[in-house]
Write a protein that binds this ligand. Structure first.
Ligand SMILES: Nc1ncnc2c1ncn2[C@@H]1O[C@H](COP(=O)(O)OP(=O)(O)OP(=O)(O)O)[C@@H](O)[C@H]1O
Length: 275
């Protein structure tokens, strides 16, 4: 159970300062400030084409910055779970073999990663026979092989039904607690993901607003993009937190302390009062 000191005292896993990036002639990100600390779950929400995937790709170093600064903690290990991965269904490949691509890993490491990802027992299965939820767990296991300090998930629950997504995000919370990693994710499933996050960043090429989920859900910038539908749904999920958030809709100035006590089987409800 991570007890984090005030976040201003902790050096971030990743920080972006005044980050701008272009794809072709289009400026996709403009003046983005962001920091992610060990042990926190940060979710990026935003409309289609608002730059969310580009922001992930900037953070993993796949898209260069036109302006601004990207800093990684020394020796930072990143585990990346892509939106989806196409594997030729005619190609026989077990989960165990998939986990050894491109680099061979030991049976013990593969079993440990699968167990952490909620996929114990899948090693001998064919990749082509997995359900959507099992497939995502295998992709998660592959990201965990690297023992990441930061786990990045880009719409990792696309195609799962709502209970499947909720279960996946509960697993992510559990992993954050067990492994103490930071988590950065992108999702369109606003109500599920808002409830599973410590901090939400609303992106529309720039950071529109940022803060605790309830705060962002009631921010005028967020409502202008997504309407008000998320508020009621937030109350459906219980998420036992003892949070000390800076409720300001500001960039990066965010005090953070956790006392997580999760029941993995219980439905997730948010203890914060919806406004
Ligand atoms: N290779 C590229 N060349 C030029 N423009 C691109 C390229 N890839 C993406 N774009 C444009 O950059 C913008 C941001 O794309 P990005 O994929 O980051 O958005 P997103 O918020 O992740 O979208 P979505 O929610 O639809 O996945 C979009 O307008 C997109 O059309």
């Amino acid at each position: 159970m991570p007890q984090l000191p005030g976040r201003r005292c902790v050096s971030p896993l990743v920080s972006l300062t005044g980050a701008s990036a272009s794809l072709g002639t289009q400026e996709v990100l403009s003046g983005v400030d962001l920091r992610i600390d060990r042990g926190e779950i940060v979710t990026i929400v935003g409309p289609n084409g608002s730059g969310k995937s580009t922001l992930m790709r900037v953070i993993i170093g796949a898209v260069p910055l036109r302006q601004g600064r990207l800093e990684h903690a020394p020796g930072l290990r990143i585990g990346y779970v892509p939106q989806k991965l196409h594997i030729d269904p005619t190609l026989p490949m077990t989960v165990r073999r998939f986990l050894s691509l491109p680099r061979r890993v030991s049976d013990a490491a593969a079993t440990e990663a699968l167990t952490h990802a909620g996929g114990a027992g899948l090693a001998g299965r064919q990749m082509s026979d997995l359900s959507g939820g099992q497939f995502q767990r295998v992709l998660l296991a592959r990201a965990l092989l690297n023992r990441p300090d930061l786990l990045i998930l880009d719409e990792a629950t696309q195609g799962l039904d709502q209970p499947g997504s909720a279960a996946f995000y509960r697993l992510i919370e559990q992993l954050r607690t067990e492994l103490g990693c930071g988590v950065l994710m992108v999702s369109h499933e606003l109500h599920v993901v808002m409830a599973a996050s410590d901090r939400v960043i609303c992106l529309n090429h720039h950071v529109c607003c940022e803060g605790a989920p309830e705060h962002v859900a009631s921010a005028p910038e967020y409502r202008a993009l997504f309407g008000t539908g998320t508020q009621g749904a937030l109350a459906l999920y219980r998420h036992q937190h003892d949070h000390h958030h800076d409720e300001g809709c500001s960039h990066g100035d965010h005090d953070h302390a956790h006392d997580h006590d999760h029941d993995a089987e219980a439905p997730t409800t948010h203890s914060h009062e919806a406004r």
